[in-house]
Design a protein around this ligand. Structure first.
Ligand SMILES: *Cc1c(COP(=O)(O)O)cnc(C)c1O
Length: 384
């Protein structure tokens, strides 16, 4: 089998075939700045499909999170509850505003924030909880929303990995006050670099439009509601070119089909690796009954750090790229500057040393996947 497969990347962007047609149409429409015809199409598609009050495309999920932090008026002295096991952008968004992260440990099963640990960390300074739906599997949102409501704090969902996934009857991103999506090349649906903010409380819609448009009421002007646009508030430029929205629309139209493909790949990994879990050499991911995943990634846990690193090298030798993440934010150089230290969050620290992500992309062939599976089994058994 090996002769036929030269190299297997960790991720490979895939296209639906309509991207260039739509870009062409956007270009020919005579305007490719933000909020053009395809941006509107993307907004409408997501609002309808996810049953969301308002969706606004942004230049990235990082920027959607920053927009959320601005809308919440987070400032110096405020505290935000957040997992440490996440991408830096979740936390940078409000640290940029001077707010302080209060890192919380994660659950063993989903690697999501441990909802049982949240309440004891709430103080009079707590303004928000930023949750992350890891791998497209939802946090325990009923509990989290209930805690937030009782303490009068707001919830932001970092649903960068959770687009088109569900918790009970709701799409991720539509449950908290704001949801943030990523359309980065490595995500399920993408346009290279891109994102969106979902606004679930209509009181924030007008201000979100203003902040996203450099602090002006240009969105109202574009709709003919005012005859001149002016400076209204703080702001920045968070809207992407319509060329990117055109690309993205070709992907969003195919969300369910893409998820089905990814489900097949995920389930094939899961089924074929059962024997390793039975032999107690790896642990496989779980999706709680209340969650519908979008199958953003396939990860597994080895027994220890050594076994994980050995497996990465063994796969690398066979041309297969596997990766690990995250270095916990509380143990990073920046985390240390904020006063955190190793030992604060035992589950996060343990998972971070043992987690390994296998190659995952829509166009993965069965042949490629069988080869990966064979090499994983060989690799795990060789270094057990
Ligand atoms: C990818 C990702 C982001 C950042 O998304 P960008 O669109 O690249 O800014 C933020 N949070 C999480 C959890 C992510 O996985």
């Amino acid at each position: 089998m090996k002769e036929m497969i030269s190299k297997i990347p960790f991720n490979k962007p895939s296209f639906t075939g309509k991207e260039l047609d739509y870009i062409r149409e956007s270009v020919l429409s005579g305007g490719i700045s933000g909020d053009g015809i395809y941006t509107k199409k993307c907004h409408e598609l997501m609002e309808r499909k996810f049953n969301a009050k308002k969706v606004l495309l942004t230049t990235s999920c990082t920027h959607a999170l920053e927009l959320a932090a601005l809308l919440l008026d987070l400032k110096e002295g405020d505290e935000v509850i957040v997992p440490s096991y996440t991408f830096v952008s979740t936390v940078n968004a409000f640290v940029l505003r001077g707010a302080k992260p209060i890192f919380i440990d994660i659950r063993q099963d989903t690697k999501n924030i441990d909802e049982n640990l949240i309440e004891s960390k709430i103080t009079k300074n707590t303004k928000a909880i930023f949750v992350v739906h890891y791998a497209g599997v939802a946090c325990e949102m009923d509990r989290i929303m209930d805690i937030a409501k009782r303490h009068n704090i707001l919830v932001v969902e970092d649903a960068a990995q959770g687009v088109n996934a569900k918790y009970k009857e709701k799409y991720l991103g539509t449950i908290g006050t704001f949801g943030c999506y990523s359309f980065h090349e490595t995500k399920n649906f993408m346009c290279g670099e891109g994102g969106a903010i979902v606004i679930n409380d209509e009181r924030f819609i007008e201000r979100a439009e203003i902040i996203r448009e450099k602090g002006t009421d240009r969105s109202k002007f574009a709709r003919g509601e005012v005859d001149k646009y002016t400076w209204q508030d703080l702001g920045s430029s968070y809207l992407p070119s319509d060329v990117l929205a055109a690309f993205l629309y070709a992907q969003l139209e195919n969300m369910d089909r893409i998820n089905k493909t990814r489900q097949t790949i995920y389930e094939r990994y899961l089924m074929n690796l059962q024997e390793l879990e039975k032999a107690e050499v790896v642990k496989l991911p779980v999706i709680p009954a209340d969650c519908i995943s979008n199958y953003h990634m396939f990860y597994m846990l080895t027994k220890n750090k050594q076994a994980r690193n050995n497996l990465i090298s063994a796969l690398e030798k066979n041309g297969i790229k596997s990766v690990f993440h995250y270095i916990p934010l509380h143990t990073s150089p920046m985390g240390k500057k904020l006063g955190c230290k190793m030992g604060d969050l035992p589950v996060t620290e343990d998972i971070s040393e043992r987690l390994l992500r296998l190659p995952f992309y829509n166009d993965m062939t069965e042949l490629e996947q069988n080869f990966i599976l064979e090499m994983v089994k060989n690799g795990v058994m060789a270094c057990r």
